[in-house]
Design a protein around this ligand. Structure first.
Ligand SMILES: [Zn+2]
Length: 258
């Protein structure tokens, strides 16, 4: 009986040493979900766990959007692509005091001035918008949950279900503007009929801007039709996007497929 117990202990000890001999390749280790950090501290190492983290092939998965994050003009920001945490907008002031990306502000001013030269009266009513208000709202909720005893990660996960995560508004990039007009100062569908918006929609690509949230593309952008919201993406991308009537998402997907 005693011999059997000792034998079992020896076998268990041998079995326990096996995982330590097997190391995951570095690229798999680097893709391990962060939550598994919790395992460290319980006498295991993440690298001792094998096979469970082999990514399973997903049948008919939609093509992943390849965004070129090195190209500042084409940074994609939507609910699934928040602004990188370390993104620092490079801002310059418009005549009305609002701020816009310093690298593209010349194009914005040229577009607005050329519209004015046509006798039109576009007004930039929103440009760069700091994240602080939404971040404050979000953090208040996280802190309240943490005070109830939730760990930070869990508190954030719960908060995300009711409050949009800070960093998912394109205005935070400093590359988007909302444009109204003297005759139609409303930011709703009525503004689409204003001559200013018609002119801008027809000519924005010449200055590197696109109508970012077109009608009929809500299922792709996740945002309702916004005839007043223009985004700088550079002239080459803007001309292709506006000519083909596509969205930034579709354009970037096409770039990734090439
Ligand atoms: Zn906007």
């Amino acid at each position: 009986m005693e011999g059997k117990v000792i034998g079992a202990v020896v076998i268990l000890a041998l079995l326990a040493s096996i995982p330590a001999l097997i190391r995951l390749p570095g690229y798999i280790q680097s893709t391990l979900p962060v939550e598994n950090d919790a395992i460290v501290g319980y006498g295991f190492e993440i690298t001792d766990i094998e096979n469970e983290y082999e990514p399973a092939p997903v049948p008919n998965a939609p093509p992943e959007i390849e965004e070129d994050i090195t190209d500042w003009m084409l940074i994609l920001v939507n609910s699934e692509h928040p602004i990188p945490q370390d993104y620092i907008p490079n801002l310059s002031k418009l005549d009305n005091g609002l701020e816009f990306d310093a690298r593209a502000i010349g194009k914005l001013n040229a577009m607005i001035n050329d519209a004015k030269a046509q006798g039109l009266a576009p007004i930039v009513v929103s440009a760069y918008r700091p994240v602080d208000r939404q971040a404050r709202l979000f953090m208040d909720k996280v802190v309240a949950l943490m005070e109830e005893g939730y760990a930070r990660e869990l508190a954030e996960a719960i908060t995300k279900t009711s409050i949009a995560y800070p960093g998912t508004s394109e205005h935070q990039l400093g590359l988007a503007v909302d444009i109204a007009t003297l005759h139609c100062p409303y930011l709703d569908e009525r503004v689409a009929e204003a001559p200013e918006i018609k002119w801008l929609t027809a000519h924005c690509a010449e200055y590197g801007f696109i109508l970012r949230y077109p009608k009929g593309k809500e299922h792709i952008t996740g945002i309702m039709y916004e005839p007043w919201h223009f985004r700088y993406v550079g002239k080459r991308a803007a001309q292709e996007i506006m000519q083909r009537g596509i969205t930034l998402e579709e354009y970037l997907m096409g770039q990734g497929a090439k």
